[in-house]
Design a protein around this ligand. Structure first.
Ligand code: MTE
Length: 322
């Protein structure tokens, strides 16, 4: 199918990214890794990606939750905010400017509906003040075998679930990104099943690691990283961590996610990180830390097994890791 040729993560980076962007990024990354340029030499605009006049800016940085520690250095801010997957703004890793210049996040209404006591609509600014903000250092592992380590800010997804008051029959949470092709030109690409959808079980949603992200590096999260709110599920491949969410629907039915609709044999519902289960077309044994040439061994559940392995006991292992 033609569609399959369009997806960035099936291609070598050099093909998936417009060549000029790729060359420039590689040059910068290599130079930064070699120490010949400081992080300060990264594009100034990247560092200004968060608008100054954000009415929730006073919430950041929230207190650091020390329960979550890293085994590797933090990825520099300039790297994590200029190397992104956000297909709504294009399929290259260099979409940060397009997202920054086009994503309008105010007003932003969040819907909590489906199997709940009473559907709720709440503005993002009210929601984040109600939930509060803390900071967590998490690893993030993309299915494309690159990784980063970043300080997210936000609140536990369990808190949002509690606020939504789901009914006992709800088994899953289905999440949806905005759908506005005039704002996000990638959504004009009709071969994708917009809007972006993801889903988790209620047990996953209420696991202590599941985190609703509203900030990054002690500031409101930049557009390109999924403003104003996105998910972080650090034990799963990054495509599960849906960006710019507008709707949480509680349901009895297992949701079908965006990439599952595109190619279900390669991008399944569970998508837990496992070095021993290769993607159909590449190994998952190692990962490259973005901004460096360093390769590290991939960890089962991305190193978060102590928090989540029990969720999958007794399940069919064939499906859990893609
Ligand atoms: N969410 C939406 N709405 N659209 C996307 O294209 N890409 C996913 C995920 N969430 C994506 C998304 C993928 S593949 C990854 S690896 C992460 O976002 C990337 O997050 P980052 O750009 O903050 O590193």
């Amino acid at each position: 199918m033609q569609i399959l040729r369009r997806r960035g993560w099936e291609l070598p980076e050099s093909e998936a990214t417009p060549e000029a962007v790729f060359r420039d990024r590689r040059r910068l990354i290599q130079a930064a890794a070699a120490g010949s340029i400081a992080a300060a030499a990264w594009p100034v605009a990247a560092r200004a990606a968060t608008p100054e006049a954000d009415p929730t800016a006073d919430l950041y940085p929230g207190p650091r939750n020390e329960a979550y520690t890293l085994d590797r250095p933090l990825t520099p801010e300039e790297v994590a905010t200029t190397y992104n997957n956000f297909y709504e703004f294009g399929s290259s890793k260099g979409i940060w400017k397009r997202a920054r210049d086009n994503l309008r996040i105010r007003p932003w209404t969040v819907h909590l509906d489906g199997d709940v006591e009473k559907p709720i609509e709440i503005g993002f600014d009210d929601l984040v003040r109600k939930m509060g903000v803390e900071e967590r250092l998490y690893r993030h592992r993309c299915v494309e075998a690159w990784a980063m380590a970043v300080p997210w800010s936000g609140f536990p997804m369990a808190k949002l679930v509690e606020f939504a008051k789901p009914l006992a029959k709800a088994k899953y949470v289905r999440m949806e990104t905005f759908n506005d092709p005039d704002m996000a030109s990638g959504q004009k690409e009709f071969w994708y099943p917009w809007p972006y959808v993801e889903g988790v079980t209620m047990e996953e949603a209420t696991n202590e690691l599941a985190f609703i992200v509203t900030g990054l590096y002690g500031k409101p999260v930049p557009a390109q990283n999924g403003a104003p709110l996105r998910l972080a599920l650090p034990w799963k491949y990054g495509f599960k961590s849906i960006k710019s969410i507008v709707r949480f629907t509680f349901t009895e039915k297992q949701p079908k996610s965006f990439w599952e609709k595109v190619q279900g044999r390669e991008y399944g519902f569970w998508a837990n990180v496992n070095p021993e289960v290769p993607h159909r077309r590449w190994s998952q044994a190692t990962e490259r830390m973005i901004g460096t040439d360093e390769r590290r061994k991939t960890l089962l559940y991305n190193g978060y097994g102590e928090f989540v392995a029990h969720l999958y006991e007794g399940m069919d292992r064939r499906k859990l890791f893609y």
